[in-house]
Each structure stands twice: as C-alpha cells, then as structure tokens.
Design a binder for this molecule. Structure first.
Ligand SMILES: [Zn+2]
Length: 106
C-alpha cells in the first residue's frame, strides 16, 4: 500500500480513485469514516487519502494524478490575430470575427 493523493474533498478523491481504476490501478480511499465522525461536530475539512494497493503502480498512479486530477488540461485563453479580441481557450474560432485560432497567437 502506498499513499498517492490527499484532498479534503471526498468527491475529488473518489474521482481520482475512478481515474486510477480506468487505468487498471486498484486503490482505496481512507479517512471516510473519520470524516463522518467529524461531520457530527460540524467539521468538514478532514483530509481524505487515496492509497494504491500495489506498490509497483506508484509511479504510474502519481503521474496519472498529476496530469488528470491535479492539473487537468486547461487551455490558455488566446488573442485573435485579426481583431485582437481575447478568446476562451476552449474556442477554436474567434467569438468576434470567426477567425481560426492561429499558432502564432497566445
Ligand atoms: Zn477575431
């Protein structure tokens, strides 16, 4: 057993567990029980831990968590080369003039 991730949001830790499962890595979430005890006292900030069952999965698990849980791909906003409007990173066309996002714009 190796500890790979800690977060105070059970939902996020469980989603990390699901992502690892999709990659064939078995893991368990710890501290769920403790958070229930704390919840009765109005404390909801107990940290939840994610542990993998097989130590040899550690490196893979850490890199998956790094790329998919901690830092999911966020596209940088970009500036239209034609009209200089700033666009959301998820847009492929300028919202203002429909010019395609070009490689020179950042
Ligand atoms: Zn534009």
């Amino acid at each position: 057993m190796k500890h790979v991730y800690t977060h105070d949001n059970t939902m996020i830790v469980n989603s990390a567990k699901n992502i690892l499962a999709l990659n064939g890595i078995e893991s368990v979430v710890k501290n769920d029980a403790i958070s229930h005890i704390h919840a009765r006292h109005g404390i909801n900030n107990t940290f939840c831990e994610l542990w993998i069952l097989n130590d040899q999965d550690f490196d893979k698990a850490v890199s998956i968590i790094e790329t998919e849980v901690k830092y999911p791909e966020v596209k940088e906003p970009w500036t239209c080369a034609k009209c200089k409007e700033e666009n959301e990173g998820s847009f492929d066309l300028c919202w203002n003039c429909q010019t395609e996002k070009s490689q020179e714009s950042t």
